[in-house]
Design a protein around this ligand. Structure first.
Ligand code: GAR
Length: 207
């Protein structure tokens, strides 16, 4: 793997950044043949920016614009410009809590990846672990998928299950889901950046 040039990643996140840390550590261990070139957050002072700073990885807050759940067109253009200038070839959403629209997705076709804390298509949207508890399912899990124009709807790359225990609280269940996320996301990203995943329609195949 060491002779293959590292793939440039751009990471977007709104929260504490534990998935970003798992990805950065997998890169440092050469388990993920990639390098995080830039971390952007829509939230000033977000944990993910601090975690990037501690690792000397370029990071910045970029204004999202006036909407609550998406980036404005101007903001999307600014995000694309910053990511391209940094040499990001794949865009990794790590707890980025805004929907990306056509302009952004056209700039990185089939190269925007998301992780979601449920077995999609169950429980898209916010606080998926709470939705799983409220519904009463016995298993939930984690999904890594490519991003399309919908909310948590793009082609699925990888999934893993997490049992829901009788005495689970939302916090305990989310913690166990995150432990699985930290293993699944770097592994799925390595498959993607190394060209080990083909996508045809909704289905993806490992080479
Ligand atoms: C993760 O659990 C991720 O699956 C979730 O946000 C959390 C971010 O945690 N994403 C979504 O719910 C997207 N719909 P982190 O900041 O510690 O990586």
């Amino acid at each position: 793997m060491s002779n293959v040039p590292k793939t440039g990643l751009g990471v977007l996140g709104s929260g504490k950044g534990s998935n970003f840390v798992a990805i950065a550590e997998a890169c440092a261990r050469n388990e993920l043949n990639a390098e995080v070139r830039l971390v952007i957050s829509d939230v000033p002072g977000a944990g993910i920016l601090e975690r990037a700073g501690e690792r000397n990885i370029p990071n910045r807050h970029l204004e999202p614009g006036p909407f609550r759940t998406k980036l404005s067109e101007e903001a999307e253009a600014a995000y694309v410009e910053a990511l391209r200038a940094a040499g990001a070839e794949w865009i990794v959403l790590a707890g980025f809590m805004r929907i990306l629209k056509g302009g952004f997705l056209r700039a990185f076709p089939l190269r925007v990846v998301n992780i979601h804390p449920s077995l999609l298509p169950s429980f898209p949207g916010l606080r998926a672990w709470q939705q799983a508890l409220d519904y009463g399912v016995k298993h939930t899990g984690v999904t890594v998928h490519l991003v399309d124009q919908g909310v948590d709807t793009g082609p699925i790359v990888s999934q893993a299950t997490v049992p829901v225990l009788d005495d689970d609280t939302p916090e305990r269940l989310h913690t166990r889901i995150q432990e699985v996320e930290h293993r699944l996301y770097p592994e799925a990203l390595q498959a993607l950046v190394s060209g080990g995943v083909r996508v045809r329609g909704r289905r993806s195949y490992r080479n």
